[in-house]
Design a protein around this ligand. Sequence first.
Ligand code: GDP
Length: 444
Amino acid sequence: MNAGTIYAPSTGGGPAGIAVIRVSGPGSGPALQRLTGAAPPPPRRATLVGFHDPDSGEALDRGLVLWFPAPASFTGEDMVELHVHGGRAVMDGILAALGRCPGLRPAEAGDFTRRAFANGKMDLTAAEGLADLIGAETAAQRKQALRQMQGELGRVYDSWRRRLLTALAHMEAAIDFSDEELPDGILERVREDADGLDGEIAAHLRDGRRGERLRDGLHIAIIGPPNAGKSSLLNLLARRDAAIVSAAAGTTRDVIEVHLDLGGYPVVVADTAGLRDGGDAVDREGVRRARARAREAELKLAVFDGETWPERDAETERLVDCDTVVVVNKSDLGLPAGPLEVNGRPALPVSALTGDGIDGLLRALETEMAARCPAGAAPSLTRARHRQALEECRAALSRCRDAGQVELAAEDLRLAVRSLGRITGRVDVDDILDVIFQDFCIGK
Ligand code: GDP
């Protein structure tokens, strides 16, 4: 991390009523003084000031400043927030003036949060939660990111780490002192503790990738025979023309993806080529991709053609399982009365043409998603790196259990502690910091 004082706009680009510029580091107070001609105001109190170019004295804007002396600031350093008018020339003028202050440099992506981490203001999982909160597009994503930013996940990993550290301390005591000075069965107890924790980590890992799903979006594949109305349904779901709707069979040869917010859950809906045999090489490739999508998707939306119902496509029918929501489209053309079903799964009559039954379909999709990402459940891991570190921890615990000598068992326990420490950043993690903070934009 580069030292010095950094500055950057913290609000988005484009003209706006107000824009916020943040400055962090020892040069913050002097920079404020240069731009306003006055000493910093009382801490954390919004104060109206005039901003001037320090060299020419020309007026740049009038706005509010907030002064956060170290350590009670986001980064833990001296910080200043300038609330100026969010116009292009105002921003350019203020940023240029800051750039001419001694020791100040523009911030790089994630610089502010990285300083907050370096100064112990937040652990790595909280920093990741903050990045997710800024990137959250749906309500469920926001909820999960906020919980992680407030330390819910970090607290779980820290408590596990403390338990292992206690076990390690007992084990080291067993190595340092002779048997008779130690209470009986201490090593057995350490092994029991390690076993118990291993079970808890295993349960945490068996969460069906809930947190990662919520972060990245749940994948839904629309499958069905050509002309059943798959593209029309996707268009209706997306309320925009994302897929080609055409009367000619087999127009969707590739996979078209649309990111949607369905009832607060982020989903990636993929429209696939109609399942059918024959056709040219491009058709066959489209069908191959459709089948692959159907296999990989966490949820399938099987669309049957109501025009031919109850005659139905055999391959689509074979793919209907408990991870499938089934619809019979073109209900406007008339469908037999009474409940419909495919493979024992209820089928909803819908019409992509008139919109009939779409609300029911949306409710069915939301129910399936809520079941896969239950709200208010225990904190869930949200990144592959968490999963990897936890798996390393379990591997070390398992070696510890099987180790014949207490010295070797202690070394494995030490490695297990280290794996957990890497998730929250309690141990040296220089190698992963760049990766994590690159997720941020400048000014965060
Ligand atoms: P895909 O090949 O499964 O993606 O099907 P499309 O969405 O391209 O639709 C095929 C044809 O069916 C088009 O002519 C659509 O206008 C028509 N179609 C789609 N949905 C409905 C519906 O609900 N009712 C009727 N009557 N026609 C529909």
